[in-house]
Design a protein around this ligand. Sequence first.
Ligand code: CP
Length: 310
Amino acid sequence: MKHYVSMEDFHAGEIQSVLSLAKEYEKHKIPMQNKEIFAANLFYEPSTRTKSSFEVAERRLGLSVIPFEVNHSSVQKGETLYDTVKTFEAIGCNLLVIRHPETDYYKDLIPSLNIPLINGGDGSGQHPSQCLLDLYTIQKEFGSFKGIKVLIAGDLKHSRVARSNARALSMLGAKVFFYSPAEWVDEELLQWGSFCQIDDILPIVDVAMMLRVQLERHTETGHIDDYHQQYGLTLERAKRMKSGSIIMHPAPVNRDVEIAGPLVESPQSRIFEQMRNGVFVRMAMIDSLLQKWGIGTNENTAKERTMVGW
Ligand code: CP
């Protein structure tokens, strides 16, 4: 695999290798000792977590981050994504992280791309780094995926998080359930799990993964006013979850829409833990991808490198 653009390209061994490397980073807090390696984060859609977390990961690994803001770039003069990417390649950038509203944007880029690409989210397509940090969080909590019951609930149709997680979770041995308003069901997802009613399934799941209602991708209206009571994780529903179960959400959260506000910081919630884990997972993704391309000075594993405190 030359780029990390879709969870469909990962086999179980590759997922576990990234998760193990993330664990080493969390345990040992060791930066890579690279020569000057440049990374650019090209975000054509808003982001707080993914963009900042990649930047922290890149800096912790010793990479130099080239600033790029779409609104202050030649994109405003009509430059295409392709020409922007080739420009970064030409000026010596060694790694690109791209988020773009067009699903599968990377498919046209990859044949002409000579540097590694990590997909930071494409339209309603894929979000591999979110998926891997979700997997990392679940593995940390339960030790393994075998038999873990995960409910993915909410705006399935527009969710790249659901699409990325469903296949990976199922492949790793988890049992996946889905719930959404009828109009937001995604038939393709049902190959990885079964559709169910939230009130029936919540008492037996280990993980309730609530999805953001992605109003920016909706063409239809409706639902949002009564969404919380009908489809959301209300305080009453959360009380019926079993002991030891956890609540996840990729964030940003629409409080009191997909999830009751007080649940976001409840003991059951792993929402901020997911964000914290995201840095280690992104460090692992960058490290392993640079190694595949022979970029960087470190050929040893993270464990074997000199320990240096941050
Ligand atoms: N979870 C996630 O992708 O958040 P951002 O849109 O803030 O990056």
